[in-house]
Design a protein around this ligand. Structure first.
Ligand SMILES: O=C(O)CCC(=O)C(=O)O
Ligand SMILES: [Fe+2]
Length: 269
């Protein structure tokens, strides 16, 4: 994947549902994160403290515990590009850090967290190392952003996580019907792919299992939409309050430091 020329960002995004940009972040940040999170990855990992979810290859909201993750999520350049693309203020609400490729099946992120108005959400995948085809890069289906909204009920499915496999099959059929091409995000360290709420994407097969794919996804809401989860919207839409990476870091960090100081004091007494 090539960097999207600056003058074409808006038109390219509208047409393809993704762009590639340079985050202009100091590469030492990525190395710091890789180093700091190292013991939290793998099958014999330590469990990271104070994050809502983690497994052997995925740490959710590591910005609670790592300032560099927070810096990547709140990158000025990413925010400026999102503002340019949407004309509204972006708000990072979730981070995911990966050591390896996810090989995730194809989906649109709206199936996990949707918005009213529709489309006020996007994902940003930042490469922490140069990404080649064998590392299981992010995969994108250009043009799929123009598809109509795809909630469980739009496919005639019950709005339930148990129906997710059927959702994935429905998505596969759509790709076949529309003849969408698959592109792999082979991008350089420090570059990022921004994809739209409805853009179909997943993780490519990791051909070489000895390779890492250190990267971070930050999910953003745009403006101030109502936020809801299709998978738990049975009788009515399940609205939820999305976190805000920008607003909460300071508070959480202070609270954490306060608790640590208190613990030390208590153990001294
Ligand atoms: O990193 C990947 O392979 C896919 C991640 C993804 O789908 C997401 O974070 O929305
Ligand atoms: Fe996704």
């Amino acid at each position: 994947m090539e960097l999207t020329p600056e003058s074409q960002l808006k038109s390219y995004y509208a047409e393809n549902g993704y762009v590639v940009i340079d985050t202009q972040l100091d590469h030492r940040l990525f190395d710091q994160i890789t180093h700091a999170l190292k013991s939290y990855f793998g099958h014999d990992r330590e469990i990271p403290p104070r994050v809502p979810f983690s497994d052997y290859n995925r740490i959710q909201d590591a910005w609670y515990i790592n300032k560099a993750v927070w810096k990547v999520a709140t990158s000025k350049r990413v925010h400026a590009v999102l503002k340019h693309l949407y004309g509204q203020t972006p708000r990072a609400f979730q981070t995911l850090n990966f050591k390896n490729g996810t090989q995730q099946p194809t989906h649109a992120d709206t199936i996990h967290f949707n918005s009213e108005p529709f489309g006020a959400m996007c994902g940003v995948w930042v490469a922490f190392e140069d990404i080649g085809p064998d590392q299981g890069p992010l995969r994108i289906y250009p043009g799929s952003n123009a598809l109509p909204e795809m909630n469980y009920t739009d496919f005639g499915l019950a709005p339930d996580p148990a129906e997710y496999p059927k959702y994935l099959s429905a998505v596969e059929s759509l790709i076949e019907q529309n003849g969408f091409e698959e592109r792999h995000a082979t991008i350089k360290k420090g570059q990022a792919v921004i994809w739209a709420a409805n853009t179909l994407h997943g993780g490519a097969k990791q051909h070489d299992l000895s390779l890492t794919r250190h990267s971070q996804v930050t999910h953003f809401y745009i403006g101030n939409p109502k936020t809801w989860r299709p998978s738990s919207s049975k009788d009515e839409r399940a609205y939820f309050k999305a976190d805000s990476v920008r607003n909460m870091n300071g508070m959480r960090h202070r609270l954490h430091c306060y608790k640590e100081t208190l613990k030390k004091k208590l153990s001294l007494n």
